[in-house]
Ligand binder design. Sequence first.
Ligand code: SF4
Ligand code: SF4
Length: 433
Amino acid sequence: MAELRELSRLLKELDEQMITCMRCGMCQAVCPLYAETGREADVARGKIVLLERLSQDLLKDPKGVKQRLENCLLCGSCAAACPSGVKVLDLFLKARAIINGYLGLPPAKKFLFRQVLTRPALFNGLIAIASKFQGVFTRSAGSEILGASCARFESGPLKDRHFMPLAKTPWHKQAPETNEAAGPGDAKVAFFPGCLVDKVFPDVAQSVYKSLRYHGIKIYMPANQSCCGIPALSSGDSKGFVQLVRQNIKLFAGKDFQFLVTPCATCTATIKEIWPMMGQYFLSEEKGKIAEIAEKTMDITQYLADRLPLQAPSGDQDKGIKVTYHDPCHLKKSLNVHAQPRALIQSNPDYAFVEMNEPDRCCGMGGSFGLQQYDLSKKVGDRKLKNILQSGAEVVSTACPACMLQIVDLLSRSHSPIRVKHAVQIYADSLPE
Ligand code: SF4
Ligand code: SF4
């Protein structure tokens, strides 16, 4: 009975948010999925129509509703273009939580989100084993420049994706924890590397440390950080999400630092926007702590470019390594951060910056969407690949490890010699050792 009451409360809350949609269709023009499928059901307007019937369809065809809701990259292109300010991501994430609460989560996901991700020591241990034996199931994809791997046997969720292997020494082994004493007047930041940077791209974390230390910024990085929670929430697991957020609150709330920086666009947007957006799942004292952390959270490129003195752009666009930049959706569309990563790249005089066409067009990764719907993810990505190749760049930079994974796949499968680097790596390369 209590569950039904909760369900009807949640449905009413969705109704209140949906009435702001005026069916103008502006979201259709910008939806990267609609561009590939041509299905109205894939755009925000189509999903809102679906959600309006949620209370009836939940009983008639819950699996169909779930599938249509999951047909979304959660890229936020629709929300950024919506003239009525419909909170599309808020709506979709809450609707996924309702439908999965009703249907129940598949056991494998439940185990992953609630038993593995919530135990950082276990998660790290399993990844260490996987890293040791990854060669049994994967092989080099053939590009030494990118260093990507692919599955030895075409099966399972990897399909024919090319991906970066797990790091031999993840970041948490290179720097188990840091808490540098700050004197009066010293700036101090907390560092949240995020799962992908920790386990796949530890060089990005190294560049963050190098950049912060160059500027004399003190660092707080507690051990046993948990995932930011977005994989659980986007799969509709509000319980797993709440558990992960609570664990991170314990590590970061009330601690002595001015900003919390992350090199992952998705982690930044999740902590800054989605944690407070999901306030209904938390106790009031937790909401206060979430607000405190969200307020302090900043993408690393924004922190470096807006708070610290960078070199002036080199200005010579004919010399240097040609580099272009892909805007991660969660950085540009969710947080309006786009000038800062470009400023970091342009401050390295060894590089010549060229803008690609449609730099803020979604790359097609979309978190677990890229695994579950790889063929569609590839189709969305092919437009990004075309734009990268047309730019004539030798390096493509971005500011999100998930986008890095997708771009590596796009480039590696097309046998391109273009390298992939995080903007903070390009910046750190310009600093003395
Ligand atoms: S752009 Fe916004 S108001 Fe217009 S149809 Fe899409 S969600 Fe509704
Ligand atoms: S979040 Fe992206 S993929 Fe999903 S409906 Fe909006 S524009 Fe389309």
